[in-house]
Design a protein around this ligand. Structure first.
Ligand code: NIG
Ligand code: FE
Length: 440
C-alpha cells in the first residue's frame, strides 16, 4: 500500500479545516459535533502510513510525532490541500447498486397520481427491475454498477452497502451477491453486501392464493441457507411495509438470518406506520431505514434501545421521499431529540432514488429534515459506519483507522451541502491511496 510512487506514507498539508469525527457514534446533542480542527494561526497536517491514519493535528505536532516514531520523512508523498476542507470518506449505508434498466416512465406515472405500491401491485415498480435484471448478463450488470460506483466515488463516497433484491430466486440472488463481491474486490470503493431476497413477492408467486406466505418460506428455507453457506452477504434486509412483507413475516426472516450468522437491518415505515421501527428495536437491528412514517410507539422503542446502549441507527433516505413526491419526510429532529443516532444514505435505486450523490442527500436533509450541515456530516460518516458494524475501522480520522479521506474544493463544512448538486470534491483517498482527482 503506497501513498505515492514507491512511498508507504502520505502527508496532507495546507487544509483550512479537518472534521475528524473522532469520538464514536453521534446521538442526541452530539449528532452535530464533528470535532473540527481549524488552521487558525498555524497550519494543519494529516499523515497516513500503510493505508492507515498515523497522526492528525497542528503541522508541527504531526511532524514531531512522525520523526519520534521513526518514520522516514522521505517515505511520505506530499499532497497540498490548498485551503480546502477535509472530511472522512463518505459512507453510503443503503444502496441497491446492482440492477438493470431504468424506470422514468413509472416516475412520470407517479407524477400523474399513481401510487408507488399500486404500480408494484400491477407488476411494475420493483418487479419491472427484477425482469430487466434477470434478463441482463453478468457483464451488463457489472458495467452499469461500475459506472455508478465511479460516479459515487467522484462525489466523495469511499464505502457503500449494496443490497441484492432484484432477482428474487435462489440462483439469481446468489448471482447478484457474487457480482457485488466482485465489484468490491475490484475497488477502490469498499462494498458491504446485503441479502434482500424479501424485497417483493416475485411474479411467479403472485397468482397463488398463498403467494406471499409461500415466498417467505422459500426465502427462509432455500435462499437464506444458500446465502449463508456461501458466506456471500454480511447483512439480511427485508422491505417491511403494509402490502409487502408484514411485521410478522419480517421478524421470521430476520431471526432466521441471524441464526445463520448474518447481521440484520430493515426497510422500515417508508410509506406508512407498519411496525418496522418497533420490530427493529425489539430484535436489535443494526439499522432501521427510511422511517418516513414511524409510529410514536416505534420512535419510543428505538429511543429505549438507544438509552439502553443498544442503539438501532435510524438511516434516513430523504432523496427517496423527495423523488416519490411525498410532502412529508422522516421526523429527523424528533429522532435526534429522542437520542437515536441518525445516518443518511442515498437509497440509490432505479425506482425511488436514482441519485449517486451523498452531498445532494446532505443538502436535502438540511432543507427538508431541518438538519444542520454538521449533523448531516456525522450522518454520512461515523454514524453510517456504525450502522454497518464498521465504526471501529472507518467513519472518522483517528490514528489507526483506515485512511479514507475526502479533500473538498471548499474551505468550510457548511459549503459541502450548500452547493446544491455541486459536489465540490477535489481529491479522494482510499486506504491511503489517491483514487480520484477532479479534472481542473
Ligand atoms: O428503498 N422500498 C423498497 N426498496 C427501494 C425501492 C426499490 C425500487 O423501487 O426498485 C427503496 O425505496
Ligand atoms: Fe431501499
Amino acid at each position: 500500500m503506497t501513498g505515492g510512487p514507491g512511498k508507504a506514507g502520505l502527508l496532507v498539508e495546507g487544509a483550512a479545516g479537518i472534521a475528524t469525527l473522532a469520538g464514536g457514534v453521534r446521538r442526541g446533542s452530539s449528532q452535530g459535533e464533528v470535532a473540527t480542527l481549524e488552521s487558525g494561526t498555524g497550519s494543519l497536517a494529516l499523515a497516513c502510513w500503510d493505508g492507515r491514519i498515523l497522526a492528525v493535528g497542528q503541522s508541527d505536532d504531526v511532524h514531531c510525532q512522525i520523526s519520534a516514531a521513526g518514520y522516514p520523512v522521505e517515505g511520505f508523498a506530499q499532497l497540498d490541500a490548498a485551503g480546502g476542507f477535509i472530511t472522512p470518506g463518505l459512507i453510503d449505508a443503503h444502496t441497491h447498486l446492482v440492477f438493470a434498466g431504468t424506470r422514468e416512465a413509472e416516475w412520470q406515472m407517479r407524477a400523474g397520481g399513481a401510487g408507488y405500491l399500486e404500480v408494484l401491485a400491477a407488476g411494475g415498480g420493483i418487479l419491472a427491475t427484477v425482469a430487466a435484471t434477470r434478463a441482463a448478463s453478468d457483464e451488463q450488470l457489472l458495467t452499469g454498477a461500475r459506472r455508478r460506483l465511479a460516479a459515487m466515488l467522484a462525489n466523495g463516497t469511499t464505502t457503500i452497502e449494496a443490497k441484492s433484491g432484484y432477482a428474487l430466486d435462489t440462483a439469481g440472488e446468489l448471482r447478484l451477491l457474487e457480482l457485488t463481491r466482485q465489484l468490491g474486490s475490484e475497488g477502490p470503493v469498499q462494498v458491504v453486501p446485503t441479502f434482500l431476497g424479501a424485497h417483493a413477492v416475485p411474479a411467479e408467486y403472485r397468482s397463488r392464493h398463498d403467494g406471499t406466505a409461500a415466498y417467505v418460506s422459500s426465502v427462509i428455507e432455500e435462499q437464506l441457507p444458500a446465502v449463508a453457506r456461501q458466506r456471500i452477504a454480511q447483512f439480511c434486509d427485508v422491505f417491511c411495509e403494509r402490502g409487502v412483507f408484514d411485521e410478522h413475516q419480517s421478524r421470521r426472516i430476520l431471526l432466521a438470518a441471524r441464526e445463520l450468522g448474518l447481521a440484520i437491518r430493515l426497510h422500515a415505515d417508508e410509506l406508512e406506520p407498519s411496525g418496522g421501527a418497533e420490530l427493529a428495536a425489539e430484535i436489535g437491528c443494526c439499522s432501521a431505514d427510511h422511517l418516513a412514517a414511524p409510529s410514536d410507539a416505534g420512535i419510543e422503542a428505538m429511543a429505549r434501545a438507544a438509552g439502553a446502549g443498544t442503539p438501532v441507527v435510524a438511516t434516513l433516505l430523504p432523496a427517496t421521499s423527495w423523488f416519490l413526491g411525498k410532502h412529508h419526510f422522516a421526523p429527523a429532529r424528533r429522532l435526534i431529540d429522542a437520542g437515536i443516532p441518525v445516518a443518511l444514505a442515498t437509497d440509490l435505486n432505479p425506482g425511488t432514488s436514482p441519485t449517486l450523490s451523498l452531498p445532494l442527500v446532505m443538502s436535502i436533509a438540511c432543507l427538508e429534515l431541518g438538519l444542520t450541515p454538521a449533523e448531516t456530516l456525522a450522518a454520512v460518516t461515523i454514524n453510517a459506519a456504525h450502522s454497518l458494524g464498521l465504526g471501529g475501522r472507518i467513519g472518522s480520522i483517528e490514528p489507526g483507522k483506515q485512511a479514507d479521506l475526502v479533500l473538498w474544493d471548499v474551505p468550510t463544512l457548511e459549503q459541502i451541502p450548500y452547493w446544491l448538486g455541486g459536489a465540490p470534491v477535489r481529491t479522494v483517498i482510499k486506504r491511503g491511496l489517491k483514487v480520484f482527482e477532479r479534472a481542473r
